[in-house]
Design a protein around this ligand. Sequence first.
Ligand code: SAH
Length: 353
Amino acid sequence: MEQEQKRDIRKLSLAELEVFFLSIGEKKFRAKQVYDWLWNKRLKNFAEMTNLSKATRERIEQHFVINHIRVDQMKRSVDGTIKNAVKLYDGKIVESVLIPTPKRITACVSSQVGCSLDCNFCATARLKRMRNLHPDEIFDQVAAIMEEAKVYFDRPLTNIVFMGMGEPLLNYANLLEAIEKITSPEGLGISPKRITVSTVGVCKMIRKLADDEVKFNLAVSLHSAINETRSRLMPINDSNPLEDLADALRYWYRKTKRKVTYEYVVWKGINDDEAHALALAKFCQIIPSKVNLIQYNPIDDGEFQQADPDKLDLYVQVLERFDIVAKVRKSRGQDIDAACGQLANKNDLVTLG
Ligand code: SAH
């Protein structure tokens, strides 16, 4: 059978694997063994599945492949941050980042190859969306960083943020399936409380998250609480304006009782005045929330510049006045283009087929 016709074995649930083994005249428990090799031990080929006979392994191989990712290139920043260029089975590349701090090791992972959202300040947007990542491709990025944390820092991975390339909520089913595997004891056993999914603010999907009663955290890339400015920065705001976003967030909070984090970049001459700071403070009243003020990372584009430090102070003061917790997030891994919005900045991903 041709390679193309074989199926990705990690697309099958345990129940589906059981059906497969029964269909080839094997015992049902083989499915559990294989599932464990795939998700818990994370084997990359069938030959290593030593509790199966050679004949059984060959039968599996006639039908399936393991579409494992490969870390194609790893770059280390002077601040310890590691960026992985991850090659997928079809040759496409996404990036994921390991961010070490004294207390945490965070994996920042991608959910799509490229992105469809056209945020004007983001490098990934220039790639356009090529395809959604499969659940196992998302899972593998986390597993790879977990291993790097052990090897390079001798510490466990503590947190996962879906703040790499792509819009996680536009790859909803695969995202949830990946998180299911990442959190399950047969997978990586990481608590959903340590996972944050970041969205540009797709209202319909925020409501869906609430309906699905997910247990992970939600972050929204806000960047402005004034429609006119936000639409200029992020075209998604035209179809998902702030009023709708506010409604979706109220719905989220009603169902989950979890607060939300707003990611917010302050740019010179765009949103660095008091009116914008006050609008943000007001937006933060909608549901319990906190704000991460993110440093802008230049992407070779003169249009956007980091605001002056005193403007960030202004934001912090205004937010404090309203009792809103705000943290200024220093950028990490800038020297290797691993910082927010820099993924896919200086490589030739665009040309990859
Ligand atoms: N699509 C999702 C996930 C990507 S998260 C989302 O938008 O939330 C990446 C974060 O980095 C987002 O908050 C994004 O707005 C921010 N970002 C993009 N480009 C940036 C840049 N050049 N400097 C700083 N932050 C940037």
